[in-house]
Ligand binder design. Structure first.
Ligand code: URA
Length: 213
């Protein structure tokens, strides 16, 4: 079965996790991708933002949310009253999954399967356990399903504070609040509805900001 578990070092810090994740072969996505894209940001962040998987630019540069979707996300985070430099960003799946299309062989994003998402979950669990944030924000269906199960639906569950992943809590701690919202790339795809879709993202992120202690 696909599983990153055997690659995740026990009692490791964030940097050791990042180094180990670079060699992960827990599922076949490491093959075509350029590199593992681990989470990045403030190790003492109170807010952790979780996307789907790295995109083309993230795969090239090795950092999450440095492409167009990341620019939308960070503008929305800022507008919601959360300091972008005080967040940690990561993805449910840590390799870029893509298909080659056309004669120019452009790499177009393919959504990760449930199996691939489940296989990668030990990395996300390890990050959340170490970061122990106050608020976890899932961006889109893949991240929502990774933490809330395959029955998760963004439209039904977005913008309401929920109990976060129990595995993310420090022993005896209160554990994070989870707020689900849309993926920022939905704003980019929205064409003439862009402003409305963007406003919805900001509104959900305000809920996340309001859940900070
Ligand atoms: N989309 C994601 O879900 N994550 C990234 O890191 C970039 C784009």
């Amino acid at each position: 079965a696909y599983d990153a578990g055997p690659y995740v070092p026990q009692r490791a810090g964030l940097e050791e996790l990042r180094e180990a994740a670079a060699g992960c072969r827990g599922c076949p996505l490491y093959g075509p991708a350029t590199r593992t894209v681990f989470g990045s940001g403030d190790a003492s962040a109170r807010v952790v933002l979780i996307g789907e998987q790295p995109g083309d630019q993230e795969d090239r540069r090795g950092l999450p949310f440095v492409g167009p979707a990341g620019r939308v996300l960070m503008r929305a985070v800022d507008e919601a009253g959360i300091d972008p430099t005080e967040t940690y960003v990561t993805n449910a799946v840590k390799h870029f999954k893509f298909a080659l299309t056309g004669r120019g062989k452009r790499r177009i994003h393919k959504p990760p399967s449930l199996r691939e998402t489940a296989a990668c979950k030990p990395w996300l669990d390890a990050e959340l356990t170490l970061l122990d944030p106050e608020v976890v924000v899932t961006l889109g269906a893949t991240a929502g399903k990774a933490l809330l199960g395959s029955g998760f639906r963004v439209t039904r569950e977005r913008g309401v504070p929920m109990a976060g992943p129990p595995g993310g809590a420090a022993p005896g701690g209160p554990g994070p609040v989870l707020v689900a919202t849309i993926h920022p790339s939905a704003v980019l795809r929205a064409e003439d509805e862009r402003e409305r879709v963007y406003a919805g993202l900001v509104a959900d992120l305000r809920v996340a900001a309001g859940a900070l202690r």
